[in-house]
Design a protein around this ligand. Sequence first.
Ligand code: HEC
Length: 245
Amino acid sequence: MKKLSLALLVLFSSQLFAAGGAIELESARIDLDNKASLQRGAKYFVNYCLSCHSAKQLRYSRMAKDLEIPPELVELNLMFTGEKIFDGMTISMRPEDAVKWFGVNPPDLSLIARSRGSDWLYTYLKSFYVDASRPFGVDNALFPKVGMPHVLADLQGMQQAVYKDVELEDGSIRKVIDRLEIVEPGRMTEKEFDKAMNDLVNFMTYMGEPAKLERQRLGWKVLMFIFLMIVVFYFLKKEYWKDVH
Ligand code: HEC
């Protein structure tokens, strides 16, 4: 037991160090009934994210229905690369090109809100800051050495990191990010940008939900199938053993 708790402690503290100096998460306000927010979020998503990231599990037709946007408006305003309304949100960038350009493949974002959580996404989108040593001139306070450029710079502007000294247990001093400050304004005020990111994360959270519904539907089908087979096998068994007894 002692060994186990020691192992857990080591594991936990290594996690802590791995996240060293990471900033605190800010909370996103998720409201999946707020259709206007989801619609704005969808607009940001297709305009700013869908060039690199796919969301294959979400079909445009389904989004139109769930977000109460007439399909012709979806085709007009949210679909740019000649897809059909029943297609999932795919991208035309080839994976091998993506690796060449970014060093990594931008992951599909269908389920990202479920794996990372909405607060993480909200904080991540707000945490790009100037770092001339990085390939795209920015780093991310929540995701150090990230391979993604600051694609929202025209809205948010550019932020600079303000550091603070933290004394470690061994007495040494380490600089960690205290906060991020706008040094070059974008088209939005900080408040407007926060609201926009909240809408975007709200939309990405919704995006994970239809996939969940689909999985549940499939789950029921599988269970029904198993149940049916049990019945069939039961009668088969009866039939086979009839003559033995
Ligand atoms: C120019 C291409 C590009 C655009 C546009 C882009 N991203 Fe990314 N994104 C990337 C790349 C590349 C990575 C992988 C980063 C890594 O692993 O270092 C990434 C990573 C991410 C991650 C982290 C995934 C993880 O590992 O958990 C999230 C979340 C994300 N992007 C969200 C977005 C959102 C939201 C938008 C739209 C506002 C967006 N991205 C626009 C290229 C892009």
